[in-house]
Design a protein around this ligand. Structure first.
Ligand SMILES: [Zn+2]
Ligand SMILES: [Zn+2]
Ligand SMILES: [Zn+2]
Length: 142
């Protein structure tokens, strides 16, 4: 692990008002190294040697609440998270973008430039959350 990456992770934690712990640095490093890809708990766990599952779960929840990572719904049924690129905060997430799930390499990628479209709902329906998932093959697998 390079010292520069380590330092960047520390800075990001501080910027988001989070106490710096080894686990948080490790998790932040994983997201920084996969900055446009959504990762499942298992994938994150496999990249952190000797990680404790409960601590990892709590760290992910804290990061999500603090506006550091967002949930990426990709229809796979497993919980995935990706680094926030919008100016998300502990007040709200602004990651209003589509996620692409590659059926070949199984990666889920944030498409930051594609906004989730507004849809006109029938009278009496109120939207709380909207997701746009596109499945297919990514540029690497094409
Ligand atoms: Zn966010
Ligand atoms: Zn792919
Ligand atoms: Zn995303």
């Amino acid at each position: 692990m390079g010292e520069a990456v380590h330092q960047e992770a520390k800075e990001l934690l501080k910027q988001n008002g989070l106490r710096v712990t080894n686990m948080r640095i490790d998790v932040m490093n994983v997201f920084l190294q996969h900055s446009d890809t959504a990762l499942s708990n298992q994938e994150i766990e496999s990249k952190i040697p000797k990680s404790d599952r409960v601590t990892l779960y709590r760290t992910l929840k804290t990061f999500e609440k603090s506006g550091v990572i967002h949930q990426a719904i990709d229809g796979s049924g497993s919980n995935k998270y990706a680094l926030c690129h919008s100016n998300c905060s502990s007040h709200e997430h602004l990651d209003n973008h589509a996620h692409f799930h590659c059926t070949s390499c199984e990666k889920t990628i944030c498409l930051d430039e594609i906004e989730t479209p507004q849809v006109a709902l029938p009278v009496g329906f109120n939207a709380e959350e909207r997701y746009l998932v596109i499945k297919g093959t990514c540029e690497t697998c094409a």
